[in-house]
Structures are given as C-alpha cells and as structure tokens.
Design a binder for this molecule. Structure first.
Ligand code: SF4
Length: 403
C-alpha cells in the first residue's frame, strides 16, 4: 500500500471542512449549519484567507474535503476553492464527500475540472425505515441517480459510506443494504458501527429511553458478517471500518492513521503539523474573526512528543489489518522500546487478539473487534499503569464492540 512510503518522504495532506448541511442527521456530532447564500459566500472568501494565513511550503500529496456536505457548495464556489488550493504535481488523491441529495452533473464536472480524483457518497442505508430512524431525507431514486451521475461525469474511484447496528435494524436488513451497495460496484466501502454522539438527536432519544442501542454481541455479528460478505465480493478489510478493492484504499486516511502530517482549513478542522496538533474553532463567526485579524482562533492544542506519536502509531496502525512494522517504528522513533510493550504484545498474542509475523504485529479479527480496548491498554503502557489485569491474569476486556 502507498502508505508505507508516506512517513519517509514527509508526505503532507490537506483537509478542508465544509460545514454546511441541508438537514441535520439524527446521529451527527459534527460541526455544521444550514447553507445560506451569504454564509456560503463568506465561508469561501474566508477559506482563501485561512490558506493565506496558514501557508505551507511543502508538496501536498492528498486533499480531502469533508463536512458537513462539500457537495452542497455551488459550482462557482467549487471553482473558486480549486483556484485557491496549493495543488502540485505530487498530488496523488483528492477526495470529496458527497450527499445523494446534493449531486448534480454540473457540480461533479466542476469537481473533475479542479482535479478531484475520488468521491464518496454518504448513503448510510437503503432501508427507508432505517433512514427515518437516523434522520436522513433521501430517496432510493436520489441515491441511484447520484451514483450514476458521478460515474457518468467520469469518476471511477467512488466510495460509499454505510452505517450498521442502528436501533430497529435486523441483520437481514443490513445484509440487504450490503447487497444493494455491492450492485453499485464501488471501489471502496466504509461500514461504520453507529455511535451515539453526545450532542446528537439519537443520543437524546437514547438518554430519554426512547431507543436502545443493539447489544454488543449483535454488533459483533454485524461486524463479522460484513467482512464475510464483502470478502466474497473481492473487498479487503484494510482497517476496522474500511474495505476496498485492491489498490483503492483511501490514501489520505492511511496517511493520517500513519501519523503523517496534514493541515486542516475551515472551522472545526484539525491539523497535525510541525509537531503540534490543534483544531480550528468550531464556529464560522469566530473562525472568520481570527482570519480577519491575522491570527487563527484554535483550540485543543497538543504539543506532539515522540511518546504521543508512538502511542498513536500503535493505536491507529493496529486498526489497519496490515498492522505495525515494529522495526520501522523503532527506525522512525528513537525512543520506541519494544521491550516496554512486550508484556502487552504477548498478552494480545496469547489471547489470540494479535499475531506477530517477524517484526509485524497485527490484530486478528477478534482483536479488531476490541480495538478500542487495546487502545486503552496501549495508553496505559505509556502512562505506566499497565498491566491492568483481571484477577485471572488475563486482560480486562469489555464486551466486543467494533468501531
Ligand atoms: S452526518 Fe454528515 S450529512 Fe448528516 S448532518 Fe452530519 S455532517 Fe451533515
């Protein structure tokens, strides 16, 4: 996979947050707001200012437009943003998230004209009842028309996003979703286990006792069945929630999971750049104020030590099915000590949650199911609170819950 070379060559990604949605989904925890013409104009103008203020003097390898709904942008704004971005010959991938209700041939052509190479379509489900539960206002006709429009505008690298383990969803209904998804023949399929985000409508309903999450064993069944069905159709699981046809992994995402650097533009966009991590303020108004005053308003600052990068390389690296090359990790981070993690790694292997092939440590399917718990254990090694053992001497593992 391309990601192997990314760290060595100091690859850089750009993330652009487009914070507009026509309607808020019930599961959404992202920063977004309704698209008003004036606000859209102001956003695009300020985005150019953001890019001038946070200039980068490195080759850019990937660009990712997320949101929000990037496909909500009017065509002229797409062209304007395209003119502003620092695009160069190193660019390998440029992804844009689209919503079935926002796709038009004119916009898709504009994305192609500015150099976009990859589109993802947020479908989430094909089941109208499930769509109602998660507050998505799209018809099946809109989904198929959107997909056809993307193809007819010349995009070959298309991914679709689906969500499983939604209250009221049966395994049969999910399998039907997967079958319909497969009939579209996308190059990439993301399957996310529903999470109840703090400020989302679904979380409010759950706290009020109106809906209940599926139990973790059922979620695990969805997770395992998804892998089986997609594998039968030639899709490799390359990360806990992500599958692709060979060669169609998301380069940008692999790049971020490998702890390479990226710069985020737009309100609420995060960056990992020059040994720091930070997030632009999640408010259009405050973000604009900062840009106009020549000083970004940012939050969640974190100075990146080798220790943090080692932890995160292990946490995110192990979420990828190819795992982590421990020798490479030692080469990259002088302070990485395999011995420090030996007890944890051996416990994972003994519990059949991981395997080690030479220098490569990777999680088994059972390990991927508890990847979140393994992350906590990795953090506890660095904070010297490991081993957090049960009386039996085995790892404390909460219920299996894929993420
Ligand atoms: S889930 Fe995506 S499309 Fe839905 S409201 Fe949130 S950002 Fe918008």
């Amino acid at each position: 996979m391309q990601g192997k070379d990314l760290q060595e060559e100091k690859f850089l990604g750009i993330y652009v947050h487009v914070p507009f949605c026509a309607h808020k989904c019930a599961f959404c925890g992202f920063f977004q707001q309704p698209p008003r013409r004036q606000t859209l104009d102001m956003y695009v103008e300020t985005l150019a200012g953001d890019m001038r203020l946070q200039q980068i003097d490195r080759q850019v390898n990937t660009i990712y437009f997320g949101g929000g709904t990037p496909s909500i942008l009017p065509t002229e704004h797409i062209y304007k943003i395209g003119e502003t971005l620092p695009i160069n010959s190193s660019l390998q991938e440029w992804s844009v998230e689209c919503s079935p209700t926002g796709v038009t041939a004119e916009k898709m052509k504009a994305f192609r004209d500015i150099g976009v190479t990859r589109l993802t379509l947020g479908i989430q489900s094909f089941d109208q009842k499930i769509l109602q539960t998660i507050g998505r206002r799209q018809t099946l006709k809109q989904v198929f028309t959107a997909y056809d429009t993307m193809c007819s505008c010349g995009f070959e690298n298309i991914g679709i996003d689906l969500i499983f383990a939604i209250p009221g969803q049966s395994l049969e209904s999910w399998e039907t979703d997967l079958k319909i998804a497969l009939s579209l023949s996308p190059k990439h399929i993301s399957t996310y286990n529903l999470t109840f985000e703090g400020n989302s409508e679904l979380n409010k309903q759950m706290c009020a006792g109106k809906i209940s999450p599926l139990c973790s064993d059922v979620e695990a069944e969805f997770f395992i069945r998804t892998g089986e069905i997609l594998a039968q159709h030639g899709y490799d699981r390359y990360e806990v929630s992500n599958f692709s046809k060979p060669g169609f992994e998301s380069i940008h995402n692999v790049h971020t999971w490998e702890m390479c650097e990226w710069v985020g533009y737009g309100p609420s966009a995060s960056s990992q750049f020059n040994d720091e991590r930070f997030t632009n303020v999640p408010s259009l108004q405050l973000w604009r104020e900062g840009i106009l005053n020549g000083r970004h308003k940012r939050c969640d600052f974190q100075k990146l030590s080798e220790e943090i990068l080692i932890q995160d390389s292990l946490i995110f690296g192990l979420r990828m099915t190819r795992g982590v090359d421990l020798q490479k990790l030692s080469g990259r981070f002088k302070s990485f000590s395999k011995a420090k993690y030996e007890t944890l790694f051996n416990l994972l292997i003994d519990n059949k949650l991981a395997t080690c092939d030479g220098n490569n440590l990777s999680l088994t399917l059972d390990g991927l199911l508890v990847a979140d718990t393994i992350s906590v254990e990795i953090l506890s090694v660095e904070s010297s609170t490991f081993p957090r053992k049960a009386a039996s001497g085995s790892l404390i593992l909460p219920p299996r819950r894929p993420v």
